[in-house]
Design a protein around this ligand. Structure first.
Ligand SMILES: Nc1ncnc2c1ncn2[C@@H]1O[C@H](COP(=O)(O)OP(=O)(O)O)[C@@H](O)[C@H]1O
Ligand code: SF4
Ligand SMILES: [Mg+2]
Length: 424
């Protein structure tokens, strides 16, 4: 079956910053406050299953989420983003630190204490293929939260599920169909409908679009954005690069090896990133508009993988991959400090700001090889290519929405716009 018409009709976000989010949202109260949060997974060895060490997945993070805002969380795979998401939704028990929701300490609440919170805090998972039970109809799946919480919506569960289906742009008539009958984008819409069923306050979305085709990604991100406006939701949206969160976040937290290394207002972070890791992540995002290439003069390719969280590097955890690392970076962990209003950074030698350890000037020998700078001409070439791709995607979306004014398009049956077959 095909993507629903609503899928095709949603506009692709502008590749440049766009004016969608000029007003800064989330000036509201603090909804969630996290202090010193830690999760260490024990590593057990031998017959006696003695603890031989621990995976420091989340290793002391502080942040808050304000009512009505979207906090984007980015970082390479293995940095602890999903663990953080599962901690704040209390799907995992923290090793240390505290989590407050609406001023109440929920760090170690038990099952009954958590019951009311389960309604207020919901999670959308990364993989729309495995997160939906294949043996249940979507009516059962989206209706499950009502049954679990013993809530009887006005007009009954079926009517409410059908309303939710139309809220997320799916056909309410498809109530009795099974997950395999839907495409990836539609399944993620089902996951979103399930998350919204109990009218939550906070939605944590863990890489909600990474498993989807690029053209579908934009539609699902737009849907989340529209729903936020309509329903007054607060989001924590996790992504592995900045391209997805760029359009929807008010603030962005950058994670590296279990730590937050930079936390800033979105525009400030893009305009003047301070942490070298943020700068590297930013420069890895293709620049779609060649006229904007002057904004960045180099692309930094980080070498090597994220080190193991079992024994993270001493001092600043990024020092093994940082081209600015000096001696102090290996010995002293830089604290996450507010260097500009609204911009917190953990670095001794930040970008776009005065050096925090000016006495320490000798680069580590490894630093010289830590990153590769791509010359400007190559960058201009790649900017041209990505601009062309972006234009193509937009043109295709415009044609598709013109061709599919209402309900479903029979022509595109079995295909997502990206060409992935969706029938099984
Ligand atoms: N249940 C678990 N047991 C042991 N280690 C885990 C568990 N879950 C995650 N980890 C480890 O914690 C680290 C962070 O993982 P994760 O939070 O999934 O990172 P991300 O979402 O940023 O990719 C990884 O090294 C991962 O292998
Ligand atoms: S300059 Fe030092 S403190 Fe800053 S990110 Fe690089 S290694 Fe870390
Ligand atoms: Mg993850």
């Amino acid at each position: 079956m095909s993507e629903n018409a609503k899928d095709e009709a949603v506009a692709i976000p502008a590749p440049s910053d766009g004016a969608r989010r000029e007003e800064v949202r989330g000036d509201g109260d603090i909804l969630l406050k996290v202090t010193g949060l830690q999760k260490h997974f024990p590593i057990k060895k031998g017959l006696l299953q003695r603890q031989a060490g621990a995976v420091h997945a989340v290793d002391g993070i502080d942040f808050e989420v304000r009512a009505g805002e979207t906090l984007g969380v980015v970082g390479e795979s293995g940095c602890g983003k999903s663990t953080m998401g599962r901690l704040i939704t209390r799907l995992l028990e923290p090793t240390g630190g505290t989590i407050e929701f609406e001023g109440k300490d929920i760090t170690h609440l038990g099952v009954s204490g958590m019951r009311p919170l389960r309604r207020d805090v919901q999670m959308i998972f990364q993989d729309p293929y495995s997160s939906l039970n294949p043996r249940h109809t979507i009516g059962t799946i989206i209706g499950a939260p009502f049954r679990l919480q013993g809530v009887e919506p006005e007009g009954g569960i079926k009517k409410e599920v059908q309303r939710l289906l139309s809220v997320v742009g799916l056909n309410p008539e498809h109530y009795n169909r099974y997950p395999h009958e839907f495409s990836g984008g539609q399944r993620q819409r089902i996951g979103i409908a399930r998350a919204l069923a109990l009218n939550p306050k906070l939605v944590v979305a863990d890489e909600p679009v990474s498993a989807l085709d690029v053209s579908i990604q934009a539609q699902v991100v737009n849907l989340l954005d529209d729903l936020q406006e309509e329903l007054g939701l607060t989001y924590v949206i996790i992504a592995h690069d900045l391209s997805v969160v760029r359009h929807v976040s008010d603030r962005i937290a950058v994670m590296y090896l279990g730590k937050i290394v930079e936390l800033a207002d979105r525009d400030q972070l893009y305009k003047a990133p301070m942490h070298p890791y943020t700068k590297a992540l930013l420069s890895a995002v293709p620049i779609p508009d060649p006229s904007r290439k002057a904004a960045k003069s180099e692309r930094i390719l980080l070498k090597g993988d994220v080190p193991s969280p079992i024994s993270p590097p001493s001092g600043c955890r990024f020092h093994t991959r940082c081209w600015k690392a000096t001696e102090i970076c290996t010995t002293t962990e830089p604290p996450l400090k507010e260097l500009r209003p609204g911009q917190r950074v953990a670095c001794h030698h930040p970008e776009n700001f005065e050096d925090q350890a000016p006495q320490d000037t000798v680069l580590l020998s490894a630093a010289k090889e830590a990153a590769e700078l791509v010359p400007e001409e190559e960058l201009a070439e790649s900017a041209k290519t990505s601009a062309a791709v972006a234009a193509e995607v937009e043109a295709a979306a415009a044609t598709e929405s013109a061709e599919t004014p209402a309900e479903e398009s029979g022509k595109k049956s079995g295909q997502e716009p990206g060409g992935k077959s969706t029938d099984t």
